[in-house]
Design a protein around this ligand. Structure first.
Ligand SMILES: Cc1cc2nc3c(=O)[nH]c(=O)nc-3n(C[C@H](O)[C@H](O)[C@H](O)COP(=O)(O)O)c2cc1C
Length: 186
């Protein structure tokens, strides 16, 4: 666990210690119980109007979809995703079908929260996650053929991290988060 980020004092260890690994231990399997808990965490995320506009395809080494998903990854993500015990393809459904809430402008936002929940649950279980978009979206969509209305957004590699990040994690300052959206006083 990393807790050496400046300003992280007092931050919950799950948040302070989380990072996106660029190497996974290929010998560390994600078992059925762990997989169920990860999806359970995603399931309980908040969403606009409780629309829950998320969907997931999960696959682990040796399972039929694993090779079908892997072949659409970019070389950059293939390097580390191949060793992950679990790959998750995330999908969103922007037309959520509720009579009061037919189209959700928050669908991707909600999916992101569900993935954040999954990521922190992984961290709590001694696993780590790297979200990524370095794959051929059209190719993966043609391969997996999601149902009408569902769109692939991202992927997540989950497993036991092998080593720490190469360099320090960096972030904008809290001051900048609050100031950047606003024009300076005239
Ligand atoms: C939506 C999204 C897409 C990302 N896509 C990639 C990617 O294609 N390749 C990659 O190596 N990392 C990707 N990342 C990981 C980010 O680079 C990483 O989260 C960021 O550098 C911060 O590092 P940290 O998660 O360790 O704090 C992505 C993360 C998110 C949330």
């Amino acid at each position: 666990m990393r807790s050496d980020q400046p300003g992280a004092d007092g931050l919950h260890p799950l948040l302070a210690g989380r990072y996106s690994p660029t190497a996974f231990d290929p010998s560390a399997a994600v078992d059925d119980h762990a997989l169920a808990l990860l999806l359970e965490a995603a399931r309980w995320a908040p969403s606009a109007g409780n629309s829950q506009p998320w969907g997931f395809l999960t696959t682990r080494p040796g399972e039929p979809e694993h090779a079908r998903v892997l072949r659409h990854l970019a070389p950059s993500s293939t390097r580390w995703a191949t060793g992950a015990g679990l790959l998750v393809v995330t999908l969103t459904r922007r037309h959520v079908g509720d009579p009061l809430f037919a189209y959700s402008e928050f669908a991707d936002y909600d999916l992101g929260q569900a993935v954040a929940h999954l990521t922190l649950q992984a961290q709590a279980m001694g696993l780590a996650a790297r979200q990524f978009r370095a794959f051929d979206l059209d190719g993966l969509t043609a391969e997996l053929r999601p149902s009408p209305g569902w769109e692939i957004v991202s992927m997540v590699a989950v497993g036991r991290a092998a080593g720490l990040p190469a360099g320090p994690r960096t972030r904008r300052t809290v001051t900048d988060l609050r100031a950047a959206p606003w024009a300076p006083p005239a």
